[in-house]
Design a protein around this ligand. Sequence first.
Ligand code: 3HC
Length: 699
Amino acid sequence: MADGVQVADVISTETADDIALICIDNPPVNATGHAVRIGLSSAISDINSAGKAKVIALYCAGRTFTAGADIREFGKPPKQPSLPDVLNEVERSAIPVVSVIHGTALGGGFEIALATHARVAIKGAKVGLPEVLLGLLPGAGGTQRLPRLAGLSFALDVILSGRQVPVSEALEKGVVDRVVEGAPRDVALAAARQVLDGTLTTRRTDRIEAEYDRAVLDATLEGVRRKAPHLFSPAKCVEAVAACNLPIDEGLKVERQAFLDCMETPQRAGLIHAFFGERAVSNIAEAKGPTREIAKIGVIGGGTMGSGIATSCLIAGLPVRLIEVAADGLERGVATITKNLDGAVSRGKLSSDKRDAAIAMLEPSLEMESLSDVDLVIEAVFEQMDVKKDIFGKLDAICKPGAILASNTSYLDIDEIATSTNRPGDVLGLHFFSPAHVMRLLEIVQGKHTGADVLASGFALAKRLKKVGVLAQVCDGFIGNRILAHYGLCAAYLVLDGASPQQVDRALEQFGFAMGPHKVSDLAGLDIGWMTRKRKAETRDPAQRYAGDIADKICENGWFGRKTGQGYYLYDSGAPVPNPEVAGIIDAVRAAKGITPKDFSDEDIVDRYMTAMIVEAARVVEDGTAKRPVDVDMVFLFGYGFPRFRGGPLHYADTIGAAALVERIEGYAAEDAHYWRVPDILRKMAADGSTFADLNKEG
Ligand code: 3HC
């Protein structure tokens, strides 16, 4: 090709004969940041002004087509030209433009392709409009051009799900015109020639009338309000798509306004924090560097946790040797794993072939000695220090040199466990969350002596298992359960002092939690908390008000929640209904303690519960148990059902502000000065006006 011209660093153009090529090269994902927008706009206008080319082919360099708007620019003052303006220029180009999609064309990236006049995709590519997952809507023409090209129902499905559409489906729906094999530049040249010889037809979406059905739009709107009552952007997506029967300029104006409305919401900030947070947790020195090879895994314990961990490893293609002490326990473990895998198949998460391959990679054994050749052992037996130490002592003798020895303990001291071995450098905590083959969180607990390569191997394993690995230091409960213990107490105080369990659950569900804390306890089993309270009875701080009486009395009746058919709720008829006998227990406990019940508003409940969570989360950051606030946030999003649109407890704390939080805690402390204490870190932040987001930046 002759006449190579650099329009901007990230855009290059080539012209030869009748063909002009535009290449976007903005690693890592060709996001349409300011430079790309300027460059693309100039390239289109320059090629049109030169008047030499008869066709323009647009493609991207690197691993993918563009991933859309540069999300890092959101929340900052906008820089012109905007992507919608640039894409209008692309659509109005007198010279037809064909785009070539490889990798993923997402958000504004897919919208670029929609604004071009023909789309050729390279095999394996995917397209999608994931803006809704960031609290936004497609704001560069996607809500107007996709329904025109592929129909209303398909457009609504793609825009509201944010899913990545395989190119075969996109071809079937007429969104892409052709699927081919080859390198992007070669395909671009070939596609341009096909436009020239008339074998690839071009069309402008602004000249296509969208199919329109008010009933479909109404039903969709009702559906999103029912399914995602807390979310702002899904209804805005429907509102924008509903304008696709207008002339395109007017429809684009409606879309623009709806996009700007979404941009202003705290939900957008929360969801984008979640997007970057998911990546930030493993973007640390401890997760990088040399790792040990993990090709075979041993799991000790065939209970719910051990079986879930084994399932997760098998799904990731890692052979597992499952160890139990007795034949019946081993059989139960294998049955649970089989059930887990079958469930994954029926939910469409696993193919039947992969399920069969996973089963074939499972080796049940009653001999701990059979772990002599594995690269990693994950111990998942019950939470008793002497039992764990005994197992780790045996593993030290059995396992080959260099094998990693991990405990799935939720609370216990990894350093003490490691003392029972002669290789504390090989020991770490890998704390999975139940059900371990579903929940994405993995706390990677660093002991005093854990080797750097062992820790990095924990992160590599998390990635292989498609989990979000978060670094935690040793303490009772690590990051998540330690914070849970603190705000769980707050929920118990709320009930003791006047709220009903149902009111607490309702208030927090309205805040955005999928389930209130009492429903969660019923699901997990009330006996778990009962055992913990008994275990900690001797070391309980006498100055702290005891709030476990109500739960203790429920357990004394043998009511452990869902598994026994009753707990805080009754489960006879499927949907939980409040257990009327629990109200009697609550009254009796209050009377025995001389408590006159108070009225709590739903807002007060949320404020107290969230403040309690923030207080302990702040302490966890302050004492270094978590590396940064964002690590705490991701623990809660991926392990505790925290509403993603709120970004996590410490992102949420920033929306309240440290000064307001300090004032709030001091107000609560007037009632209970022992429980409510202002963490030093929060007091300092209130004084200097800093935020948890600032601490994330310091890293
Ligand atoms: N803007 C800025 N940075 C982005 C980005 C974007 N749109 N997409 C990805 N990145 C960054 C990631 O943060 C990461 O940075 P890091 O290396 O510093 O951690 C890097 O690019 C690589 O990303 P991944 O680690 O996610 O790489 P993968 O290969 O696993 O995934 C991907 C690639 C599928 C493109 C994935 O990154 C993704 O889903 N990106 C977001 C796509 C998206 O939501 N686009 C819509 C944006 S909003 C929009 O377009 C509005 C428009 O309608 C006006």
